[in-house]
Write a protein that binds this ligand. Sequence first.
Ligand code: SAM
Length: 191
Amino acid sequence: MSIAKRVLMRAFGRPQGVLGRLGGVIMARMNQEIAARAIELLDVQPSDRVLEIGFGPGVGIQLLAGIVSSGLVAGVDDSEEMVEQARARNAKAIASGRVELRPASVERLPFDNDTFDKALSINSMQVWPDARAGLREILRVMRPHGRLALAFTRHSGQSKQGLTDVVTTAGFVDAHLVDLDSDFCVLATRT
Ligand SMILES: C[S@@+](CC[C@H](N)C(=O)[O-])C[C@H]1O[C@@H](n2cnc3c(N)ncnc32)[C@H](O)[C@@H]1O
């Protein structure tokens, strides 16, 4: 891996140390709008059980907590630094029991089968070691007819090419791409 790529991974891909702390601050400022768009596309309801994978500094979690009042907002991220930042940002909602944030990887989600109505991930899938395996694991924890949104900004490095195919081969149906100006989102459903 080149030095530049290693620096980017430490700051944004799987944030660690000083670079990761700084990366979290930058992402919290830059990615709020795409998180809001993804949540809107998922049509999140107050009673939904929602999972965010790779929540980073926790801005999407904060937006979800503002909508979900009787359901649950859960999140996983495999960076200790991001779990710390997101927990600090969402301390009140965590204390109230509406939000639960765990250090975990998408390959092994710490939840039972058929737990969530909605799942989302923003600018994260492009750095998972095996995107299809991660998507299959998300499918496992989603309820029948549950909806998935995978959103990406133009800075993510994720290509649109073949994206809906990856989601479909993981077992989701009705995978389709939605263009959001220069960003984009794939929506899909569990049968
Ligand atoms: C580019 S950041 C995006 C953060 C946030 N979603 C945002 O839009 O600001 C990618 C995030 O995905 C997390 N991540 C990377 N690989 C992961 C994996 N295998 N499982 C869970 N989270 C992962 C990283 O720790 C990081 O917080």
